[in-house]
Design a protein around this ligand. Sequence first.
Ligand SMILES: [Zn+2]
Length: 274
Amino acid sequence: MIEHGAEPQRVDLGAPVVGRVYGFRSKASGEFRYVGQTMKSVKRRHREHLQVARSGRKTPFYDWLRVTASDEYEVVVLEPVTWSREALGDAEIAWITYLRATGDRLLNLSAGGLGPTGVAWTDERRLALAERNRLRQVPLMQGEANPMWGRRHSEAQKARWSALRKGQNSGTENPNYGKFGPAHPSFGHSVSEATRAQLSEQKQGERNPNFGKRASLETRARMSATRRGRPMPSSVRNAHTRHHTNKGVVSDTCRHCAEDAQVRAQDAGKKGNQ
Ligand SMILES: [Zn+2]
């Protein structure tokens, strides 16, 4: 049972803490199994849960609580919430959504929110909530205040997350798939020399994920066949970004330079009209 003694009672512009979102977490795996909200102390809410479990209530969470020894789990404060009960409900929903998305097998019956069984959430309300959460000031959980402080996720948990996320960011699943030029979020950005040096330093020698590894003969034959007869870097756009955009060079034989110039001319035109 952890309660953060150093937790500030006022975290957001002097607003009082109205309640807390808490989680029951397995000590062995680091996985959260239940998320709740309370306006009382988390310690007291924990005792109430134990009483309900003893009374025999049948829900996935209370079934789990009955068969799990008290030293096999801990109850941690996920977030102290200021301002309103509604904000507390929203924070609970945000945590349940987040932990489920990252693979924790929560035993909660509802998606959280106000009331004992939660409320039905429309897509519209969820979007509005996501926007509010983006703007909401969440107290930073750094150092000892972070629930994962001094802990490591188990290999089993990491493997589960890895399997869950596999392919989620590749090909058409990548949010930037098919975006080029001004449509790409990195368009016009360049990385400073200092940052480049730092990134490079992080991947030198033994720190490189491929250090000491060698691709199989089969893989190397395939890579070689793919590249045969093709100048590297293979992508014209990649070459344009590296040799033109990043160096401030404009080539009159490069079609991407021509496109960029067109976009700049359009932007200048818009500004001129304002
Ligand atoms: Zn170019």
